[in-house]
Write a protein that binds this ligand. Structure first.
Ligand code: LCV
Length: 256
């Protein structure tokens, strides 16, 4: 059974998560289907892509599939982790990718939403980044994703508390472009996608890639990178990561 549904109409691609039994957790298999869909849409010269969930339910995506996280003592989010590959595929796609969010967004799915070019949500949208609940050290690229988009104090609140940011505040702090009534979300999202299809795709592709390169141009010398990696190693070799993953799998609250 496919874990996503895809369509292409009027040069607008749609990728819809269809794994509600696991709250659209981003497993390697689901991610592989998403990346294949992006490749197909690139070949078909899609002028915009909408990323959404089949169900307008409580949960847009529960984030990284925790069952697939390394059980501990291993870097949980290495460069070639499937989720990291999906984030890069979104950023590299040569046309705008719009996240259409209904329901709650968790962990790596929040990073995925932030990697999209635009985010539209409705009043049920909420956004939480959750490594602090799993005892997990977030990766440098992911942190920069948030830092390049949100005020420092909001990034700290999200990463330290792991609490969801609700829709109205998500719009105020800039996680989303717009929060609109649920009944209008689909129409407004696809209207913007249609606008993109009427503009120069070459100009948009060049602007998107230039903005990506410039926004990621954070000069870090090797010593600084080693230092940051040491901070991460200290966590994923530590007891909290064991406890964080175990508590989720045993369906109990973690004791850090
Ligand atoms: C696998 C799941 C998941 C899931 N993986 O339904 O950001 S980082 O660094 O933390 C990064 C590593 C990351 O993204 O980690 C994942 C962070 N995600 C979360 O912390 C969200 C964990 N999930 C939840 O809190 C709840 O499931 C929510 C609130 C999303 C939905 O609650 P609800 O009561 O509607 P259940 O909890 O009953 O979950 C339904 C099924 O989905 C599985 C969960 O194990 C259950 O499976 P079973 O029915 O087989 O028991 N599931 C949920 N999230 N991330 N599997």
């Amino acid at each position: 059974m496919p874990l996503i549904r895809t369509s292409l109409a009027d040069a607008i691609g749609t990728i819809a998560f269809d794994r509600d039994t696991k709250r659209n957790a981003l497993s390697a298999e689901l991610i592989a289907e998403c990346i294949a869909a992006f490749d197909e849409f690139k070949n078909m010269h899609a002028r915009a892509v909408v990323l959404r969930s089949v169900t307008a339910g409580k949960v847009w995506s529960a984030g990284h599939d925790i069952d697939e996280l390394p059980k501990a003592d291993v870097d949980p989010l290495p460069y070639n982790d499937p989720l990291e590959q999906l984030l890069r595929a979104v950023k590299a796609f040569p046309a705008p990718v719009i996240a259409m969010v209904q329901g709650s967004v968790w962990g790596g799915a929040c990073d995925l939403v932030m990697a999209c070019d635009l985010v539209y949500g409705d009043e049920t949208s909420s956004f939480a980044i959750t490594p602090a609940k799993l005892g997990l050290p977030y990766n440098v690229v992911g942190l920069l994703n948030f830092l390049s988009r949100l005020p420092l104090n909001v990034v700290k609140e999200m990463f330290f508390s792991a609490d969801p940011i609700a829709a109205d505040r998500a719009e105020r702090v800039g996680i989303v472009n717009r929060i609109v009534p649920a009944a209008e979300l689909e129409q407004i999202t696809y209207a913007m996608a249609r606008t993109f299809t009427t503009r120069s795709s070459a100009a948009i592709a060049s602007a998107k890639e230039s903005i990506r390169v410039l926004s990621e141009a954070t000069p870090i010398n090797p010593q600084t990178f080693e230092y940051l990696h040491g901070l991460r190693r200290g966590v994923y070799f530590g007891p909290d990561y064991h406890e964080g993953v175990a508590s989720f799998l045993e369906k109990r609250k973690p004791k850090f």
